[in-house]
Design a protein around this ligand. Structure first.
Ligand code: 44T
Length: 867
């Protein structure tokens, strides 16, 4: 860790006492000359030397600290940026250490060091710095923003859901109590999280309790929670992965009970099989011998949960489909037929890329547009966690094949998977779609070129295996009237396991899939799910096409008017700086060609080779001349450097900015980029979009509360956990599907804020509005989305059925009780790119004022809310 290393160096620097002799003239001379040199170097932008001079001055004359603080900070930040660019990471952190020795309570320095740590991937350390900066100044917006950004990663949101799930908590508690009462007196909690299961074991009377946790933040949190509950001396928590634990180094003897909830939506993704094989071999007492049924529980080992049953069913679901496969043949005038296959990185097939995850997760009940079950839920696998041989054979076991009867006609888009966790004989937890739980289901999208349509009485042939700690499920074929139709998997197949079969049909389909293999590979591309959804979004691309057409028409006519000055063969330069894959540049190039006269010279900033290859292929198949589309400064480190002139003496006719992230937030530094982009436009040129209007409404949503903090004042299973984990509460929730979010609307949608990208001076950073309440309730959150104005009248909304964007919501710190007809005052603040909202109910006096409609209100003293 860089700061650790820096700390060891620190000891070598001479320390001075707080009272320095001031009268020494030579010393004073040195101070003033060094200060002068520091200022001189600063002017000459020699930040390294300036920094050294400042250090000397401030160490010799601490009285100057207040006077020099600003310049010192500025020098430090500039010098740190240079060191960062040079890759001198150790020096960079040394400088911060020295700076913090001089200014230990300077929240700006602390926060900035956190930013460097964060960029270098030291998330835990970064979070600790942001946290410290916030403690030093609770209203420091930069630190707040930074902390919120890391909090989601450090403490994932599902921790709140799990702690709020009383049913689950209670069942684990009962199972643990039972095991301890039966004599399991030594317990290990693997993946303790907040420490809850370990504390249950202790409370139930276990003699020795150990817990391990691999995440540093969670480990620290568990330590805090356990000591707040008076168990610091009775539960030993280790910051390590269970697989690294050894006896007697980490725990003195083997334990009689392992408790764990290291399961994800796909059951095995957190590595429970490997952890339990290791635990059985190294950490647990041997299992009871079936020949000696009386063996004492304190002398034998067992695991909670004792086992699991995995269920799966095939579903048709438009929402899943549009995120995992190309569903359209043309967008915005571009023909996409040439692309044989676009795949998402979620794949279970044998040829899938190493980084591919076999499944995504969704709450089936919250999928926009719903889903249709095409089969009954089918038992896919039974696992006994108390049998190490079974666990080992699961890893090495060959692929199992199951035949799942189809009950409903439709197109198979995915297999959805969930499980029952058998804690013990009496208590189990289900993560199924029908249950009222917080669990998501695992989604295995079908990877097939053709639409995989099934009819009633068909059977789906599903392969089940366990590889790289994941449960893998793959739909390989449809069995219809005794014949098998393969879904183009690329593996060599042995179909003998399935009967009755028609070998001829089999052979034909195998040959057919072999034949198509060559062009499949060369035309196969992987895009992120959100990129696929974007490509499938016809209305988005059509709006863009219209906006570009309008712009070209207006630019051409203004060129005609000044015909003498600009040659008509001079192209229009267009730059698309979208993040990720985008066909907008190609769309513009194509339009330029359609209309004769001046061509469009389009630049795309897509970086990945595969993305560039895909654009080239599409350019070719759409008849776009090879040099009409170029790749703009790909692989430039600093993204603001992308915004440059197309060539000296030339300016852009259009720049497309990517404004909104898929998660529903405004992209960082959007307004700075817009300002830069505007300066690079020719006369009459445009940036797309020109304006963004943020819309939102008041809602009551218990679900959002459950996901944001441990609710209520009751202790969790009798333990004091909430105040500790709730420190990681963040006010803005992302990746929401507002169309299916369980909530009551308490107002109509309103315009919250406008971002004018053509005139950043016009953007206020704080705005007050009044919202009329349309139904009585408790305002708990304000979901928001965007209306993106490409030009005055062409808009795209981020809240629509075919959008690749999700929505976000601000969750209020304290719910606001309202009645129909009340007015709520919202203060919306935009700091950099992050939004915060406070809400207060207006007093009746103001509400009665008939003149007060939805006008901006004075924002001097926002009350309440989370800020
Ligand atoms: N998410 C559930 C997955 N760990 C739960 O560091 C359910 C997701 C979920 N520690 C919506 C709802 C839900 N040794 O803190 C983590 C992790 C730690 C280990 C030590 C090990 N071998 C491991 C393995 C994991 O265990 C903790 C819990 S993992 C549970 C994952 C409400 N979305």
């Amino acid at each position: 860790m860089p700061n650790e290393m820096a700390r060891s160096k620190k000891a070598r620097r001479p320390r001075r006492g707080p009272r320095e002799p001031r009268e020494d003239p030579a010393r004073n001379e040195l101070i003033s000359r060094s200060l002068e040199s520091a200022q001189q170097c600063l002017l000459q932008q020699d930040y390294g030397t300036a920094f050294v001079h400042y250090l000397l001055v401030l160490n010799l004359a601490p009285v100057l600290k207040d006077f020099a603080r600003e310049s010192f900070r500025f020098t430090l930040f500039k010098w740190a940026d240079e060191l960062d660019c040079l890759g001198r990471i150790q020096d960079l952190f040394d400088c911060y250490e020295q700076a913090l020795e001089l200014f230990p309570a300077d929240e700006v320095i602390v926060n900035s060091m956190g930013e460097h740590l964060f960029r270098m991937g030291f998330r835990d350390e970064a979070a600790a710095h942001f946290h410290k900066a916030l403690k030093l100044r609770p209203d420091f917006p930069e630190a707040k923003e930074n902390f919120y950004r890391v909090a989601n990663w450090l403490v994932e949101r599902w921790h709140f859901l799990m702690l709020n799930d009383h049913g689950r908590n209670r069942k684990y508690q009962l199972a643990i109590q039972r095991a301890v009462q039966e004599g399991c007196s030594t317990v290990l909690d693997i993946g303790t999280g907040t420490g809850i299961l370990g504390m249950c074991a202790k409370k139930a009377g276990a003699r020795e309790v150990y817990a391990c946790e691999l995440s540093k933040t969670m480990y620290e949190l568990a330590c805090e929670v356990v000591s707040a509950n008076g168990m610091a001396d009775s539960i030993k928590i280790l910051h390590m992965k269970s697989l690294e634990m050894e006896i007697p180094k980490d725990i003195p003897t083997r334990v009689s009970l392992v408790v764990t909830e290291t399961v994800d939506a796909g059951l095995l993704g957190e590595g429970i099989i490997e952890s339990l094989i290791h635990a059985w071999k190294h950490l647990l007492l041997p299992p009871p011998n079936p020949e000696e049924p009386q063996s004492a529980p304190s002398q034998t080992g067992r695991v909670i949960p004792g086992g699991a049953t995995v269920f799966g069913m095939a579903v048709e679901c438009q929402e899943i489909r549009r995120h995992h496969r190309l569903c359209v043949s043309a967008v915005g005038g571009l023909d996409l037929e040439a692309v044989r296959e676009i795949r998402s990185p979620v794949s279970c097939s044998v040829d899938a890329d190493e980084s591919a995850e076999p499944y995504t997760t969704e709450r089936l009940s919250r999928l926009p547009g719903g889903f249709t079950a095409l089969t009954e839920p089918c038992r896919m696998l039974d696992i006994n966690f108390n049998n190490v041989q079974e666990l080992e054979s699961l890893c090495s076991r060959k692929v199992m094949r199951l035949r799942v009867p189809v009950t409903q006609e439709g197109a198979v888009d995915a297999l959805a998977v969930w499980f029952q966790l058998h804690l013990d004989q009496e208590n189990s937890i289900s993560t199924g779609p029908q249950e009222n739980t917080c669990w998501e289901q695992a989604i295995y999208p079908v990877q097939s070129l053709a639409h995989c349509s099934v009819k009633r009485n068909d059977e789906l042939l599903v392969e089940v295996s366990c590889r790289d700690a994941y449960l893998r499920l793959c739909c390989v074929a449809i069995v219809r009237d005794g014949q098998m139709f393969h879904l183009d998997s690329m593996e060599e197949d042995d179909y003998s396991a399935v009967a009755p079969l028609n070998p001829e049909v089999d052979l034909c389909s195998a040959l057919a899939s072999l034949q198509t293999r060559h062009d499949t590979v060369s035309n196969m591309f992987t895009l992120e799910c959100s990129e696929i959804a974007l490509l499938n979004n016809v209305s988005y691309h059509n709006s863009f096409r219209m906006a570009v057409e309008k712009l070209l028409t207006s630019l051409r006519s203004s060129r005609e008017m000044q015909a003498s000055e600009i040659s008509s063969s001079e192209p229009f330069y267009m730059l698309d700086v979208s993040e990720g894959f985008s066909v907008l540049s190609l769309l513009a190039a194509r339009l330029g060609q359609d209309s004769g006269s001046s061509l469009v010279q389009a630049y795309s900033s897509v970086e990945k080779d595969q993305h560039q290859a895909l654009l080239r292929l599409l350019a070719q198949s759409n008849g776009v001349e090879e040099n009409a589309l170029e790749f703009w400064l790909s692989h430039v480190e600093d993204d603001s450097a992308v915004l440059q002139r197309p060539a000296s003496e030339k300016l852009w006719s259009a720049i497309v900015l990517d404004c909104i992230e898929t998660c529903g937030l405004i992209r960082q530094r959007l307004m700075e980029k817009a300002t830069l982009a505007r300066c690079l436009l020719e006369d009459g040129g445009r940036i797309f979009p020109e304006r963004i209007v943020i819309h939102g409404l008041l809602v009551e949503s218990d679900t959002l509360l459950q996901e944001s903090a441990v609710q209520g004042t009751d202790p969790t299973l009798g333990f004091n956990i909430a105040p500790f984990i709730n420190q990681f509460t963040v006010p803005v929730h992302v990746f929401l599907d507002l169309s299916t979010l369980e909530c009551t609307h308490l107002s109509d949608p309103v315009e919250l804020f406008t971002l004018d990208l053509m005139n950043s001076n016009a953007n206020y950073t704080s705005r007050g509005i009044r919202v009329r309440v349309t139904a009585p309730g408790k305002v708990t959150a304000i979901p928001f989305w965007y209306q993106i104005y490409l030009d005055v009248d062409l808009t795209v909304t981020t809240f629509s059925q075919d959008s690749h964007w999700k929505q976000a919501a601000v969750v209020l710190q304290r719910p606001l009780l309202v009645n129909t007809g009340d007015w709520v005052q919202l203060t919306i603040q935009l700091h950099k790119s992050s939004i915060s909202i406070t809400a207060v109910r207006e007093e009746a006096v103001i509400a009665d004022d008939a003149t007060a409609k939805e006008e901006p209100v004075a924002m001097d003293h926002p009350r309440g809310g989370f800020c």
